[in-house]
Design a protein. Structure first.
Length: 122
């Protein structure tokens, strides 16, 4: 009533309410979509990290399996392999008497995980 007194009427108020309501719904939907997208990306990173971990485990297991027949190489790369799931590992060897160290580096996507096996050369 006060608005009519000053020359305003209710024409267009429903349109304004509809636009405001749709804007609010749009903000909520975009927020939820952003949250879902972020979670999907985090899930992919976690999956790659887990693949890299198991790839490094596979490299460590290879070293332990071959330990009995192993002639210790010079420092450097001992072995590399690509697994069926697309991940890979690389085993590096470093020694400083009386200790030898194998580093098994698993890689999957952009994730890397490293394990070390330390043993006595004596």
């Amino acid at each position: 009533m006060i608005l009519r007194k000053y020359g305003f009427d209710q024409k267009g108020s429903m349109l304004l309410m509809t636009v405001l309501l749709m804007s609010g719904v749009l903000v909520v939907v975009l927020g939820v979509a952003d949250l879902v997208t972020t979670r999907i990306k985090e899930s992919k990173i976690q999956q790659d990290s887990l693949k890299a971990f198991f790839a490094s485990e596979a490299g460590a297991e290879r070293v332990l399996f071959e330990m009995g027949n192993l002639e210790f190489p010079n420092d450097g790369i001992y072995a590399t392999s690509t697994l069926d799931n697309g991940s890979s590992y690389r085993i590096d060897y470093a020694s400083s008497s009386p200790i030898g160290i194998f580093y098994s580096r698993g890689v999957a996507g952009r994730s890397q995980r490293v394990e070390s096996l330390i043993y006595s050369l004596e």
